[in-house]
Design a protein around this ligand. Structure first.
Ligand code: HEC
Ligand code: HEC
Length: 204
């Protein structure tokens, strides 16, 4: 999508979120699926990831991280800046949590893999990830690590780059992000990131 039309979508969505929240004291899920796709299955065209199946505590923590300027602040992180802008318009936390728990429960069909990588090498690399994200990529609230199984693979690869390049997890107050940044930096090379994501795509 061209930059001008992307900006138009963000501006329109922001206006809708502000207007709707002011009137209704609730969040219309349609404002989120505008970018995140039907049933929040993910939409690569606007780089908005799948939210379906992610744990509500993780989704809620991310909205708070955007709102507290702990995520999506780096000028090179264009999608993150977009979502931070939207999150800033969400003022009623209870209403946000309600819509997030709905997304968490939705289960559209699994995404098709889009990343070419060596899943066999990725399986070996995933050994270190499993300590926090679980052997089946199911996530672990105790260490604030979200589920990875069933996520948007293109988004996960982009996030691994964001962590290693200091676009995410670079704020001192972002403890969860810092932990993940350290883990991502342990991947030996860019191909390793693609390989581990290719393996994660096989997890159910
Ligand atoms: C204008 C498009 C757009 C709209 C509208 C939008 N989002 Fe997003 N959202 C994004 C993009 C792009 C990202 C990825 C940001 C990044 O890479 O950091 C994102 C990321 C997120 C994340 C982080 C996901 C993760 O796995 O860490 C959450 C949670 C989220 N959005 C919730 C919402 C909710 C709730 C709404 C509706 C109130 C919403 N979004 C509306 C574009 C949008
Ligand atoms: C020390 C624990 C730990 C280890 C080890 C770890 N992670 Fe994470 N990971 C986290 C935490 C905590 C988060 C959430 C960060 C946040 O809140 O911003 C996360 C987030 C992520 C995300 C972003 C998910 C999203 O929806 O935005 C991806 C992708 C990811 N991890 C992949 C991996 C991979 C691949 C490995 C192995 C190379 C790995 N992680 C190892 C703790 C860990």
């Amino acid at each position: 999508m061209r930059l001008s039309s992307r900006l138009a979508v963000v501006a329109a969505a922001w206006l809708l979120v502000v207007a709707f929240s002011a009137i209704a004291a609730e969040v219309d899920p349609g404002l989120c699926t505008l970018c995140h796709g039907a049933d929040t299955r993910g939409n690569a065209a606007v780089r908005a990831p799948r939210l379906a199946g992610l744990q509500p505590w993780y989704l809620s923590a991310q909205i708070k991280a955007y709102q507290a300027n702990l995520r999506g602040t780096h000028p090179a992180d264009v999608p993150g800046n977009e979502m931070r802008f939207i999150a800033a318009a969400l003022t009623d936390q209870a209403a946000v949590d309600k819509v997030l728990s709905q997304f968490s429960r939705s289960s559209p069909s699994m995404p098709s893999p889009t990343i070419a990588g060596d899943a066999t090498r990725g399986e070996q690399l995933y050994g270190t990830c499993a300590a926090c994200h679980g052997g089946r990529g199911e996530g672990n609230e105790a260490v604030k690590a979200p589920a990875l199984a069933g996520g948007s693979d293109w988004y996960q690869l982009a996030q691994l780059r964001n962590f290693t390049q200091g676009l995410r997890g670079m704020e001192p107050a972002d403890l969860a992000g810092q932990q993940m940044r350290a883990a991502a930096s342990g991947l030996p090379d860019a191909q390793a990131a693609a390989d581990v994501v290719a393996y994660i795509s096989t997890l159910r």
